[in-house]
Write a protein that binds this ligand. Structure first.
Ligand code: ZN
Ligand code: ZN
Length: 169
């Protein structure tokens, strides 16, 4: 969804529904199957356009251990400054701080709200995700989900210490 910067004078309040098909997260372990709601505003400042608001919805994330997908609610409050090219370069040179991370290039007369949502959701994804704290994961040998059943594989494994003793005989 694009916001036309010529369509308003100084500030535009936005309430938008971003459909899951619009937002391709581009990662293997997470995807959307519900709409993301954006509530916020875009404001023209003297030297930047500021987009701010809250993204709410849910993301389906695969468990790192057993690969089962879980719906995780998200609520992200974010803001970003869009500036023209030269100014951004000058500013980055003079004041490299954490604030600069929230800065982006202004491209033409519109802002891409969908792309903003995509990037903010990606940033909010956890580094590690487990469906539950004690998820047992999948058996490395047979691929069975060890949360659902115990496979026979573990019984066949020979403890390396015993294996060493065996070699002594
Ligand atoms: Zn799991
Ligand atoms: Zn197994």
């Amino acid at each position: 969804m694009k916001i036309d910067l010529n369509s308003f004078e100084r500030e535009l309040k936005i309430e938008a529904t971003l459909e899951p098909e619009e937002i391709d997260l581009g990662v293997e372990n997470a995807r959307l199957d519900h709409a993301i709601l954006f509530k916020g505003a875009v404001r023209k400042d003297t030297d930047a356009v500021v987009l701010s608001g809250t993204l709410a919805g849910q993301v389906n994330i695969d468990c790192d251990r057993c690969l089962a997908s879980r719906a995780v609610p998200i609520e992200i409050t974010a803001d970003r400054e869009f500036v023209a090219d030269e100014r951004m370069a000058a500013k980055a040179e003079h004041e490299l701080g954490p604030d600069d991370l929230n800065m982006d290039l202004l491209r033409g007369d519109e802002l891409d709200l969908t792309e903003f949502a995509r990037e903010e959701i990606l940033l909010a994804l956890p580094q590690q995700f487990f469906c539950k704290e004690d998820c047992k994961g999948l058996c490395e040998k047979c691929g069975a989900d060890l949360n659902l059943k115990d496979c026979e594989c573990s019984n066949e494994e020979i403890d390396p210490r015993w294996a060493a003793l065996k070699n002594l005989n």
